[in-house]
Design a protein around this ligand. Sequence first.
Ligand code: NIG
Ligand code: FE
Length: 420
Amino acid sequence: MLDTLIVNIGQLLTMEGDGPVKGEQMKSLPLIEHAALGIKNGRVAWIGSNEEAEKMSASYIIDAEGKLVTPGLVDPHTHLVFAGSREHELSLKQQGISYLDILKQGGGILSTVRATRAASEEELYEKARGHLDRILSYGVTTVEAKSGYGLDVETELKQLRVAKRLNETHPVEVVSTFLGAHAIPLEYQNHPDAFLQQMVDLMDVMKRERLAEFVDIFCETGVFSVEQSRIFLQQAKEKGFAVKIHADEIDSLGGTELAVEVGAVSADHLVGASIAGIHQLAHSNTIAVLLPGTSFYLGKGTYANARAMIDQGAAVALATDFNPGSSPTENLQFIMTLAALYLRMTPEEIWHAVTINAAYAVNRGHEAGRIMIGRKADIVLWEAPNYMYVPYHYGINHVRMVLKNGKVVSERGKGDVSVS
Ligand code: NIG
Ligand code: FE
């Protein structure tokens, strides 16, 4: 006897397979039509046809009404925990002041640092929990969360403790990343290497208290150079962390090549990645995490070269980059639309990028991003009639119900969901 049986599934995207999905393989989507799915003890226990489901018994039956069912989405790049907001930057942007100029003047990331230092742990928790509720409502069951708005010992730890507590108390799994090297704080403007050393020393506390799995750095003009990033990430690896890089987001510095060189689990942004960097990435195990929401919101009209990456054989993932400056949105479905329009990714590629490849980008490929017998039942029931519909009808939420570990954790009334 099953705990839960989902019947009448029009399209079931299982994403069944092995390992991250690279290049050409991203074009074909493992999909079953007229399917049904059984859950027992929080795990996927049975997959069959809708006719076969008539012979199955379960305590709870969900009728998918002929619509789409997919794995829970994975958002592998967010800056979830912060205080304040930066709506005033929108008009600065309209006046032609660039993102990096705002940062240079002590605004941007540094203004969020001031607000985050001033906030209590409880305030940060409450605010991040609200954002995480919304992330879940859009169908995301695993999320990565970076620190990086403290840039001092006390506040970085405060942010990471909030992420840890969210992971323990919220249905969404939160994978934590230490991004102490996100900007140079004002008090260290002339001593960036001393600042980086302080952040390296902090990693020991993080290991002891299990506060972070990944270490990340913002490798960018006016922030940290390729050479500083190389040393920092090597030290992080020696201390037992997996690493990620904010690479070639605005200027082309060679962060993509560095990601491959240091064996980063993911290289993120990649808007300015060189042809050589893309080639190396495609022949490595590093996942390319693309963030078209940030390109859209920075408003410069330049997007990562996803086509070259996929055509050369890279494994591409997509993320929101949710943060208060360059991408204030929790909506991964909107990112799927941007990927279709501006990264020219096909719907099949896009679904790989928000499920299994995103799971690999946070070292969760063995347990998230696929619907397979024995895996945790992280599942989304959509109001959409097929997988192509989600990126097509844009700006709204197509999710009807989200299950995490087999339990319904988010459900919207009929009146709330889109009518297709
Ligand atoms: O991924 N580039 C650095 N970090 C974020 C932006 C953070 C912020 O503006 O607060 C990003 O774009
Ligand atoms: Fe980011």
